[in-house]
Design a protein around this ligand. Structure first.
Ligand SMILES: Cc1cc2nc3c(=O)[nH]c(=O)nc-3n(C[C@H](O)[C@H](O)[C@H](O)COP(=O)(O)O)c2cc1C
Length: 169
């Protein structure tokens, strides 16, 4: 499978079986996240693997959707704004950018391993903060659902044509 094939294989999976993800596959996926690039190589991320019934229930309170609850495992990707690089010229923090790269490494690695995933950013931050204790400098960027897919979507999501999104100057 070449890289283009892998990028097309990944999609947002929103229906999972209860099958457990093998620890070797989870380790492989996390290792792929570990090797993501980050600004100045500061690696401001932290990955919380949510597996226990108690913590899965707490996470589901942050994003109460029927499909979300079917995922057997979640990875919450946090960034630490005290660790991330800030560009001097405008103080822009690169925390989210770094986290996003690692997140997509996770999703692509999962797809390569035959595991479905979905980014979730539309969760309730306040509920998350009251249900989980993070350092004040830590920010949960996304929850990635993960599991074997129960039902694939009927079609693939559309993309803009290259002619619409590329300009050569
Ligand atoms: C930053 C980001 C946030 C997202 N948040 C959510 C979300 O909260 N809930 C959800 O169901 N999907 C979420 N998605 C998935 C997108 O809806 C999905 O990637 C997009 O529609 C393209 O579909 P595809 O992933 O199947 O190719 C998110 C994706 C990204 C990249």
């Amino acid at each position: 499978m070449n890289f283009l094939e892998l990028t097309k294989k990944r999609y947002s999976a929103r229906s999972y079986t209860s099958d457990v993800i093998e620890q070797e596959k989870l380790d492989y996926i996390l290792e792929c996240a570990r090797f993501a690039p980050s600004a100045v190589n500061y690696q401001p991320w932290h990955f919380i693997v949510v597996k226990s019934d108690e913590n899965r229930a707490k996470l589901n309170e942050c994003y109460p959707r029927q499909w979300f609850a079917t995922a057997p495992l979640y990875i919450v990707i946090c960034t630490d704004i005290d660790v991330a690089w800030e560009r001097q010229s405008d103080s822009k923090s690169h925390a989210d950018i770094d986290a996003a790269i690692a997140i997509e490494h996770i999703c692509l690695a999962a797809a390569e391993q035959g595991i479905g995933s979905c980014w979730v950013c539309n969760f309730d931050l306040e509920i998350f903060k009251s249900n989980f204790s993070l350092l004040p400098s830590q920010y949960p960027v996304a929850i990635v659902t993960m599991g074997y897919v129960e039902k694939s979507p009927d079609g693939t999501s559309k993309r803009k044509e290259l002619s619409e999104i590329v300009s050569t100057i």
